[in-house]
Design a protein around this ligand. Structure first.
Ligand code: ATP
Ligand code: MG
Length: 558
């Protein structure tokens, strides 16, 4: 981790390109964009792209547009648009403009007309199967068909007819006339417009022809004067076409650059797969805290800082790789350790009576943040004769190194007294149901005159004041490192224990004022946040992450 923690890092290849472009005067200002297709919720991979695009612009005094790549009418929804805007904002970035490729439909249409007029596009009546065959294979060149030689006038007329709805879906397409023998299949007269009589979430029924990705994307970049159009590696073969359109149309020279998409271990990332998890009820919703969506991570308790830090640490690669999800969790713990409010919550209560303690309530002062950190603060917690401690913190027959409570043994109760276990109370079946202990009056935390050293410190709550809360303990959604690349269906690898619910845990009373924006560390148990399903009388907390990375050890044991 030492290398990862280094504050200063060298420039990534995109930063080098931008610095060079600014130095040489190729561009005065840089303008990047984040171009999601609104057909699903954003995931952590998109967060990488957002941080990269916005981060580059911020670093070099440029700007970033959020542009919805909404050129496919059938799969897109306003719900997704809204969630994407919200997610970008939550991550901490403010777009220069929020734009929609669909706003350019008229301009894109006119650009296609311009190509036709230059003799560089033609209307093709072939079916998609015929086009696929005519395109050839990577080792055989494609074949021209009779439509390729249509005159400019005929093409203009037919394209106008496509626009005005004279033809059925699939009856005609507009293709760019590039090069049917190019070794690059993308260049073999790609389709740039298709007929699709479908309602669009913004343009309604105004259009029945829609531009294809390659035509819409680059031209939208150019319309907006995007300088650096950053996308993932699979678009490398599309770059010659991107450049071809810009050159032939003689429009603003945006440039495309590619980096490796983020893949995370124990996670699936494609929107299509995430949609299956939602639709087939493997998870409850897009923002289920087990989902790698930004809204899921947010609900789980991730902070924007931890995600931004993570994307910065993994850097920008030119080769595909699989990033260990532990690194994401490491960045999260690092942030939460500094900033989470400390609270005491007993998950599995064992009643304790302090037999020599009077029948009163004493307020104990305890720190809100770790000692020595930047954040300071303290609060009071009630202490009384009747307490709960964690059942697992007591053993009747402990092994040697058990530093918690056992018959005749002493422990400190956090920010309170040292207690000693005198008696174990059992029911008729021999189950331990309570402990009788005595406290050492001299041993109060902060004013300890007992001179005793005890090895264990336990969390606890006072029974009368404790607030019952529900806990949702989340774990990784998949059992294997790379579910998408494993044999068979990725859903076979879902971890059946990814959610454990504790219906009734006991929290210190201050937690009754818990708010969703806050992050909490339940002492010795993990990091938690309030879930949106909570109501005033029924608080539900999500486990964001455990205190330590126990997964690796457990995976090895198993
Ligand atoms: P998916 O394959 O998950 O459905 P997508 O690439 O189809 O994602 P888009 O909405 O088209 O999703 O992506 C918007 C932007 O986010 C694009 O620039 C895309 O390259 C980038 N992006 C998507 N997934 C990742 C990822 N895993 N890592 C980095 N960038 C990504
Ligand atoms: Mg896409």
């Amino acid at each position: 981790m030492a290398e990862i923690q280094a504050e200063e890092r060298s420039l990534n290849f995109l930063e080098e390109i931008v610095e060079e472009d600014l130095k040489s005067g190729r561009y005065k200002n840089i303008l990047t964009r984040f171009p999601p297709e609104p057909n699903g919720y954003l995931h952590i991979g998109h967060a990488k792209s957002i941080c990269l695009n916005f981060g580059l612009a911020l670093k070099y005094g440029g700007k970033t547009n959020l542009r919805f790549d909404d050129t496919n009418p059938t799969k897109e929804e306003t719900e997704y648009v809204d969630s994407i805007i919200e997610d970008v904002k939550w991550l901490g970035f403010i777009p220069q403009q929020v734009l929609y490729a669909s706003d350019y439909f008229e301009q894109l249409y006119q650009l296609a007309v311009k190509l036709i007029k230059k003799g560089l596009a033609y209307v093709d009546d072939s079916s998609s199967e015929e086009i696929a065959i005519q395109k050839g294979t990577p080792t055989e060149p494609g074949m021209a068909n009779r439509y390729r030689d249509r005159t400019v006038e005929e093409n203009l007329h037919l394209f106008d007819g496509m626009r005005s709805g004279q033809y059925a879906d699939g009856e005609k397409v507009l293709r760019a006339k590039v090069d049917l023998s190019s070794p690059n299949m993308q260049m073999r007269d790609p389709i740039i417009y298709r007929i699709k009589k479908a309602h669009h979430h913004r343009t309604g029924n105004q259009w029945c022809i829609y531009p294809m990705y390659d035509f819409a994307h680059g031209q939208s970049d150019s319309i907006e004067n995007i300088t650096h159009s950053i996308c993932t590696l699979e678009f490398i073969p599309h770059r010659p076409l991107y450049d071809w359109f810009i050159e032939k149309l003689d429009i603003f020279p945006s440039h495309q650059y590619e980096f490796a998409r983020l893949n995370l271990s124990f996670t699936v990332m494609s929107k299509r797969k995430l949609l299956q998890l939602v639709d087939e009820n493997y998870v409850q919703s897009w923002d289920d805290p087990r989902m790698p969506t930004i809204s899921g991570l947010r609900r789980r308790g991730y902070t924007p800082e931890s995600i931004r830090n993570f994307t910065d640490r993994i850097g920008v690669q030119k080769r595909d790789n699989l990033i260990d999800v532990s690194l994401l969790e490491f960045c999260l713990r690092e942030d939460l350790n500094k900033n989470a409010l400390r609270k005491m919550v007993v998950f599995d209560p064992l009643p304790v009576t302090i037999t020599n303690y009077p029948d009163t309530v004493e307020m104990m002062t305890t720190e809100d943040y770790p000692e020595g950190g930047e954040k300071k603060g303290s609060r009071s917690v009630p202490f009384s004769r009747e307490l709960f401690i964690e059942r697992e913190d007591f053993m009747e027959d402990p092994p040697k190194k058990f530093f918690r409570l056992a018959p005749g043994k002493r422990v400190r109760l956090k920010s309170a007294y040292i207690i000693q276990c005198d008696e174990v109370v059992k029911d008729s079946e021999g189950k331990i149901i309570a402990l009788n202990c005595q406290y050492l009056p001299e041993s109060k935390s902060g004013a300890d005159l007992s001179g005793l050293k005890v090895q264990g410190t336990l969390h606890w709550v006072s029974r009368a004041q404790a607030v019952p809360v529900t806990l949702r303990l989340y774990d990784r959604l998949f059992k294997v490192e790379n579910p998408a690349a494993s044999e068979g269906d990725f859903k076979e690898y879902i971890n059946p224990d990814s959610l454990e619910i504790i219906e009734k845990a006991y929290a210190e009373p201050s937690l009754s004022g818990a708010v969703m924006e806050e992050r909490y560390q339940f002492l010795r148990k993990g990091y938690f946040c309030l879930d949106k399903d909570s109501s005033p009388g029924h608080l539900i907390f999500n486990r964001t992450v455990s205190l330590k990375d126990t997964w690796v050890k457990e995976a090895k044991k198993a």
